[in-house]
Design a protein around this ligand. Structure first.
Ligand code: PMP
Length: 389
């Protein structure tokens, strides 16, 4: 199967729309000239609507993990006590980064396949008043769980701890209300819901976070966010940035804005509900209960062995899915439905899955019903609140 005809249904990188590909292929410009200055400022300003924040947003040339590491390097001192909420490999990544920076890491582990209970976070903070920061994962891509960011934010209300969130696989596809939910730091990246190639990470910083940054003595240079702040005041990047990815992002933001952010969120919920209905019709067990189901990625824990072979066969038919990670490796497979993904794409993906499993039409019919119902609700002006949550 030619790779350009492939259905890329993994939890990132996601399919880049053709207009975004072309925008990214523009001839190079001077990164200190007027064209780049206006592009960079335009992208950072418009991202504030997606982050739902008045806070400063900085761009880093790197993947999502670069923004995660920058948060730790700039906000955590050696021996600071931090709380990391771990329910999958990306929560675990926060813990690893904090350990690398020699923080005293407390882990609140919640089951892989469930979300964290905000009350547990509140109880932990009450018992451990020295915690200086709480690290959360909004959408745990390794399990397909969407955590309750608002609830976790409320659990932090009586604490001085900074609230630091990985929204790498949610921001731009799922509502993230940075200011309303009291989130000090939000990290995301270009290659997931933002429909651009990999290569840029974005990080928002509250006033509290900026103040903390000034008191942190951890060694840092390329990711020293104080340097990025100084240069931002001059509307320039400190180092040569990923210029092509900025051009792509500008076009991707056009697409998101013309669809409308709330409609983008509704579409992701429709995709989730279509995929879940289709998989249920095939008796494929879902890893995550409806309450925690992610609008951007769905994990399946099939009863059959050799998921690797199943995924390789699907790849031969032109559909690329993802396997499991960490302790779920070999146990699950995952379907990405974020960014540039449509209901029709879900029908194609489900058709390929069911054909491999010897079923014909059941999954597609179940998903199609969800889609029809959603369209009716939307035409009736009700919006789409979701089928299964
Ligand atoms: N956090 C989450 C939730 C992710 O899904 C990913 C990417 N899969 C990352 C962090 C890491 O991002 P990157 O691979 O861009 O460094």
């Amino acid at each position: 199967m030619a790779f350009d005809r492939q259905q890329l249904r993994i939890p990132g990188p996601t399919p880049v729309p053709p207009q975004v590909v072309s925008a990214g292929a523009r001839p190079m410009v001077n990164h200190r000239g007027p064209v780049f200055k206006s592009t960079m400022m335009n992208v950072l300003e418009r991202l504030k609507k997606l982050f739902k924040t008045q806070n400063t947003i900085l761009a880093l040339t790197g993947s999502g993990t670069s923004a995660m590491e920058a948060s730790v390097a700039n906000l955590i001192n050696v021996n600071d006590e931090v709380l990391v909420l771990v329910g999958g490999t990306f929560g675990d990544r926060w813990a690893k980064i904090c350990s690398a920076y020699q923080a005293q890491v407390h882990i609140l582990e919640y089951p892989w396949g469930e979300g964290v209970e905000p009350q547990q976070v509140a109880d932990f903070l009450r018992r451990n008043p020295r915690i200086t920061a709480v690290f959360a994962t909004h959408n745990e891509s390794s399990t397909g769980v969407l955590n309750d960011l608002q609830g976790i934010g409320a659990a932090l209300a009586d604490s001085d701890a900074l609230y630091i969130v990985d929204a790498v696989s949610s921001l731009g596809g799922v509502d993230v209300r940075t200011d309303q939910w009291g989130i000090d730091v939000v990290c995301t990246a270009s290659q997931k819901c933002l429909m651009s190639p990999p290569g840029l990470a974005f990080i928002s910083l509250s006033e509290r976070a900026k103040q903390r940054m000034a008191q942190v003595s951890s060694p840092r240079f390329y990711f020293d966010l104080r340097i990025y702040m100084e240069w931002l005041a001059k509307e320039e990047p400190p180092f040569t940035p990923n210029v092509a990815c900025f051009f792509a992002m500008e076009k991707a933001l056009d697409l998101i804005e013309s669809e409308g952010l709330e409609q983008v969120f509704a579409r992701h919920m429709i995709l989730r509900d279509m995929v879940r209905a289709g998989l249920r019709a095939l008796d494929l067990p879902l890893l995550v209960a409806d309450k925690w189901a992610s609008p951007t990625v769905t994990a399946v824990k099939p009863k059959f062995d050799n998921i690797g072979r199943f995924l390789a066969e699907l790849r031969d038919t032109g559909v690329e899915l993802a396997g499991g990670q960490g302790r779920l490796s070999g146990e699950i497979f995952r379907i990405g439905h974020m960014g540039n993904a449509s209901p029709l794409d879900m029908l194609t993906t489900l058709a390929a899955i069911e054909a491999r499993l010897g079923s014909h039409g059941q999954a597609v019919a179940a998903a199609e019903q969800v889609w029809s119902r959603a369209q009716q609700e939307q035409r009736g002006g009700q919006g789409y609140e979701g089928d299964s949550v």
